[in-house]
Design a protein around this ligand. Structure first.
Ligand code: SF4
Ligand code: SF4
Length: 440
């Protein structure tokens, strides 16, 4: 197996704080009494419930049908009885229709589960299986993977890259998954390579995960090239991973496929392998429960739809000096006001921070130090974008390429005035999109 090195320009070196969980194995959390499974845990149209209240459902049974090309199927994560189909509060503050299932703790499997031999399954079958299994990007973007693997007849894909960077501070789910299931990740990579008829595949891992790199080396697979990447944030952003591995640039406003690349998260690759070889839909995933505000940090495999409060309780509960709970990592994850929400396909982390670590400070005026520009990995000028956004001058935001912002948070992290730059730029992006729509 070939090992290479790589990195990208700019970026930052925050405190990674992975020590809470980096050496912990994946623990399987017992399934809860009840799951509330959101019909929207993916980019695109919410799925349509296809079960009724009172109906018995099996583990892995389809309960929500994808409602469009960019959408995803949803499956039961426990067996039991559908108790309700009702809107429930999500981590982002929205309300989403959820299928609530009362667990009978039997894990009664679906009949007619189809298993395929990875050697003989066809490229078309692979994409169809992934679509049926409701697989979406587990890194947080939750884009439907079958759509990603269908870039159109004109696309020429040269690189399929597994994203094992996991550059977000604190998070170690992908690290643990790669260390324990390198074979499945490699299996998923081979299946994705088959879709595009490629002989070589790539895995990018930051060099702060040497044991994960060793796990892939031990596979002794000459068709996989492992890139040992400099530990630097945001190395796991698709665009920067492509830059580090393929040396290509994704065009402004474009997709990785336009640069001949497909990027798949490590956990997602494992889910692809499980779907093809075991007929298993995406109904469980791994989450890092971590930070100074949780009593027993853990890396857990949980059933989709488990309440975040229950996951926190399983980890001993919050500390008395808890200040903030974030879904995801500290750079890109949203803080939540109420942990009484379901954990879904995109829940990679539950980060609990005490008062000392939460850094809740009031912003002051911009001092024009340009530190935000120095670190922006997209070459943007965040201080201007923030200022134009505040004035709702979306023409100027467009001129300064607001839509290229990947919301990595490097600018806000570096800003000595603690300006809420990412929040301001998110507003700018929405404004620019509305403006462009109006322009036609
Ligand atoms: S402007 Fe966007 S891409 Fe640039 S550092 Fe800030 S959040 Fe990241
Ligand atoms: S880092 Fe903060 S204070 Fe410095 S220029 Fe950017 S927004 Fe202004």
């Amino acid at each position: 197996m070939e090992i290479k090195k790589g990195t990208f320009k700019k970026g930052i070196h925050p405190s990674y704080n992975k020590h809470y969980t980096s050496s912990l194995p994946i623990e399987i959390m017992p399934s809860p009494k009840e799951v509330a499974i959101p019909m929207s845990m993916h980019t695109g149209a919410p799925a349509t419930p296809v079960v009724e209240v009172g109906q018995y459902v099996h583990l892995g049974e389809l309960i929500g049908q994808a409602a469009g090309y960019i959408s995803a199927n949803i499956h039961a994560s426990v067996s039991g009885t559908v108790k309700a189909i009702e809107p429930r509060l999500m981590g982002n503050g929205s309300k989403v229709s959820c299928v609530v299932i009362e667990n009978d703790f039997q894990d009664a499997p679906c009949e007619n589960v189809e298993k395929h031999d990875p050697e003989t399954v066809s490229p078309e079958e692979i994409v169809k299986i992934i679509q049926n299994a409701g697989i979406v990007g587990e890194g947080g973007a939750t884009f439907p993977t079958s759509v990603k693997l269908s870039p159109g007849p004109d696309a020429k894909i040269d690189y399929v890259i597994i994203n094992g960077a996991e550059c977000e501070p604190y998070l170690t789910s992908d690290h643990a998954y790669m260390r324990e299931h390198a074979d499945k990740v490699a299996g998923g990579l081979h299946l994705a390579m088959k879709v595009f008829g490629l002989e070589k595949g790539y895995i990018g891992i930051e060099d702060n995960k040497p044991d994960a790199i060793e796990a892939f080396k031990a596979l002794n697979d000459d068709s996989i090239i492992v890139y040992e990447l400099e530990t630097k944030y945001p190395q796991g952003s698709e665009k920067h991973l492509i830059s580090a591995i393929a040396g290509r640039e994704v065009p402004s406003g474009g997709l990785p496929a336009q640069a001949g690349c497909i990027v798949i998260n490590a956990g997602t690759a494992g889910a692809i392998y499980d779907a093809v070889t075991e007929g298993k839909p995406l109904y469980e995933r791994v989450v890092t429960v971590t930070g100074s505000g949780i009593k027993q940090p853990r890396v857990l495999s949980f059933r989709i739809g488990t309440n975040v409060n229950e996951i926190i309780e399983y980890c001993g509960g919050l500390t008395d000096d808890i200040a903030k709970v974030i879904l995801g990592g500290p750079m890109m994850g949203p803080a939540i006001y109420d942990p009484n929400v379901p954990a879904g396909k995109g829940t990679s982390g539950i980060l609990c921070l005490n008062r000392a670590d939460a850094h809740i400070e009031d912003p002051s005026n911009c001092i024009r130090c340009a530190k935000c520009t120095e670190v922006c990995p997209m070459g943007l000028m965040p201080m201007y974008l923030g200022a134009f956004s505040q004035k709702r001058n979306f023409e100027k935001c467009d001129e300064y390429n607001a839509l290229d912002c990947i919301e990595c948070g490097c600018c806000a992290f570096t800003c000595p005035a603690r300006r809420p730059l990412v929040a301001e730029i998110r507003v700018a992006k929405r404004g620019v999109q509305a403006l462009r729509k109006k322009r036609g």
